[in-house]
Design a protein around this ligand. Structure first.
Ligand code: NAG
Length: 222
């Protein structure tokens, strides 16, 4: 605006020189600034309201000629080349503000907070930094092992396919009860230290035989 108010031949010449110097780099870009059509046609008395921003020059009424790196009706938008990626906002030429989870000069780097464990990859998924886990791991950071067989009876999956079982249970899925003294006569250990006996046996280890008539009575009484 100051330049335009000089009003003298010298001022106009100076402005022309400025515009010529500015036009070359701007015209060479494919996406020309929106704020200007032809920088060489200008009116020294032109007024722009609202005023041109970021050192843009008012070349005709309400037409701003923007400095390199800015665009928009009043040169209000900064331009970043390369463009800010992943929803980053261009603050000023070459300076992107990146959304959470993204970094680097152009927000092109994805960063998962806390990292991805156990071989997981940090990727951009629907605009968010997300850990992509190997199939045997899960959780936000791939911190939880996957036990496809399941861990039953209060067991914990501590590594892929490996359950840590509570006392009294064993097996890949903690599905086998432990009876420290084995169940006899075809009895089955159904929970820790508990045998289910086959008739007519009974007792903690199924080694006692029920009286014959008691057993019969029980069968008949059903
Ligand atoms: C620019 O605007 C001013 C003030 O509104 C007006 O006097 C002038 O005639 C306009 N110039 C052109 C070229 O339209």
């Amino acid at each position: 605006m100051k330049l335009l108010r000089l009003g003298t031949g010298g001022g106009a010449l100076l402005l022309l020189a400025c515009l010529a110097a500015l036009a070359a780099p701007c015209a060479s870009r494919s996406d020309a600034p929106r704020g200007v059509a032809n920088p060489f046609v200008f009116d020294p008395k032109a007024t722009c309201e609202p005023p041109c921003r970021h050192s843009g020059i008012c070349i005709r009424n309400d037409t701003c000629f923007c400095m390199r790196g800015y665009e928009g009706e009043t040169c209000q938008y900064a331009n970043c080349f390369p463009k800010c990626k992943n929803g980053g906002q261009c603050l000023r030429p070459g300076k992107c503000r990146c959304p959470a989870g993204f970094g680097g000069k152009y927000c092109h780097k994805v960063t998962c907070e806390g990292g991805c464990w156990n071989g997981g990859d940090c990727i951009a998924l629907n605009g968010a930094a997300t850990c992509l886990c190997l199939s045997s791991w899960t959780g936000n950071q791939c911190q939880d092992a996957v036990c496809p067989q399941g861990c039953r009876n209060g067991g914990n999956c501590v590594a892929p396919g490996i359950c840590s079982c509570p006392d009294g249970w064993v097996g890949g899925a903690c599905h086998t009860a432990v009876c420290s003294q084995s169940c006899l006569r075809g009895g089955k250990c159904i929970s820790p230290e508990k045998c289910r006996c086959r008739p007519p046996y009974e007792g903690p280890r199924c080694d006692k035989r029920r009286p014959h008539d008691f057993f019969l009575q029980k069968v008949k009484g059903r």
